[in-house]
Design a binder for this molecule. Structure first.
Ligand SMILES: [Zn+2]
Length: 429
């Protein structure tokens, strides 16, 4: 069978430390990479993420990222309609260069396609706890969720569109990808393993977001009785605090019951209304972005980097958003868990995405060559990706990859009899 691409993600400091050509040499040789992207707006995260130290970085053992910084040269004019601007690095060695332009030029020289990712958080926590404190989501009691921007806030919508237009108008890229985190899913984690786990997860959204004034306005525009929704959800949310005796009793009884999430949806229309309001909100936001970008770059591939186990709990309707965008990347990295049993969960995750987006949407499956992955698990992940109808492979991520697992990517592709060819038809003829 054919895969169109093997796509590798890179960070500015990978290029700074190892040198762009060296990185691309290794990726081409060991993994058949023919497409790259820069994580161009990166959240606060220690690199490498899954292990203590870098396996092959010659300059440092770890890199401490700055929170939500842009690694291209933002065009000030593009952001004139919003008071939110991308924040750039404070570090001189990172400031010196336009990392996206560097990656574009280096990748184009090799005939590769190239893109940019806007990662999980688009505004840093310092600003969302200070001058931009109004743009974050609110819990049902009005408490802010730092770093989690509200997709119904007009300034966030304008900023989101501007980020995409800035990249689309000023850089020769083929795709723009995002794994933006959606609505806060609420306080469900400690309960998830209980008998009525799915029902508790669902009720948990009452402790999530968003209940801000812009969400209220958006909901009321849609004809929702917002006060009724909030009143009903407040009782559920209060159950998560043991000192609210009656509400907590109700929640405990639910947890110890065999009540299903479906039963709750049928019983509590306000819960369904809130769930649907959130998915509609995020779908509208992505729709606005897609319309703006495709107006200026009709062929730009807008890609969702899909990472959530429960997309609906963060307000993502994968079918609706997948229909608006051009491609979807699975962000399942099961290989790095080192557990062969976990690989069947990967298979199910990939099937979930295909089920939602249909057989024709361009679909990339991620593989992780990071600890505790083994060459055998990497090869198994490649085979599963092929069996689940992936059109391309994507590597997450080069910086933390051990060389034996990188080599296993090319070997696994060869052993599965997959030909990587961008010009191949979508399906075997
Ligand atoms: Zn809101």
């Amino acid at each position: 069978m054919f895969w169109k691409e093997v796509v590798a993600s890179l960070y500015p400091w990978d290029l700074l430390d190892e040198g762009l050509d060296h990185v691309l040499d290794v990726l081409e040789r060991d993994t058949l990479t023919n497409s790259t992207y820069l994580v161009a707006l990166m959240h606060d995260e220690k690199r490498p993420l899954t292990d203590l130290y870098y396996p092959h970085n010659p300059r440092r053992k770890v890199y401490w990222t700055e929170d939500s910084r842009a690694y291209w040269r933002p065009d000030p004019d593009t952001y004139r309609e919003t008071r939110i601007k991308p924040r750039i690095s404070d570090r001189p060695e990172i400031q010196e260069r336009d990392w996206l332009q560097d990656l574009i030029e280096g990748s184009r020289r090799r005939g590769m396609t190239v893109g940019a990712e806007l990662s999980h958080t688009w505004v840093d926590k310092v600003r969302t706890e200070g001058e931009l404190s109004d743009v974050v989501q609110r819990g049902i009691s009005g408490d802010p969720f730092a770093g989690r921007i509200c997709p119904n806030h007009p300034d966030i919508r304008a900023y989101g569109v501007a980020l995409y237009l800035d990249l689309a108008n000023h850089y020769d890229i083929d795709f723009i990808q995002t794994c933006l985190i959606g609505f806060h899913p609420g306080n469900h984690q400690p309960w998830a393993a209980s008998g009525a786990g799915e029902a508790i997860r669902l009720v948990g959204i009452a402790t999530g977001g968003c209940f801000c004034e812009h969400c209220r306005a958006a909901a009321e525009r849609e004809g929702l009785d917002w006060n009724a929704v909030v009143d009903r959800l407040r009782w559920l949310a209060e159950g998560f605090n043991a000192y609210n005796h009656r509400q907590a009793f109700d929640l405990r009884l639910l947890r110890e019951s065999s009540t299903t999430a479906t039963a709750l949806l049928a019983e509590i229309p306000e819960l369904y209304a809130f769930l649907k309001f959130r998915t509609d909100s995020l779908t509208r936001f992505f729709g606005q972005i897609a319309e703006a970008v495709h107006a200026v770059r009709p062929r730009m591939d807008l890609r969702l980097n899909h990472f959530a186990s429960y997309p609906e709990l963060m307000g993502l309707d994968l079918k609706a958003v997948g229909g608006l965008l051009d491609s979807v990347r699975s962000s399942d990295y099961a290989e790095q868990l080192g557990d062969p049993a976990r690989m069947e969960t990967k298979r199910a995750y990939l099937h979930s995405i295909r089920r939602a987006i249909g057989p024709d949407k361009y679909f990339l499956s991620a593989i992780s060559p990071r600890p505790k992955a083994t060459p055998a698990l990497v090869k198994q992940g490649i085979l599963i990706s092929a069996q689940c109808g992936a059109d391309a492979l994507t590597i997450g991520h080069y910086d933390g990859s051990w060389n034996n697992c990188l080599r296993a990517i090319r070997e696994g592709i060869d052993e599965a009899d997959i030909v990587v060819d961008r010009d191949a038809p979508m399906y075997r003829s």
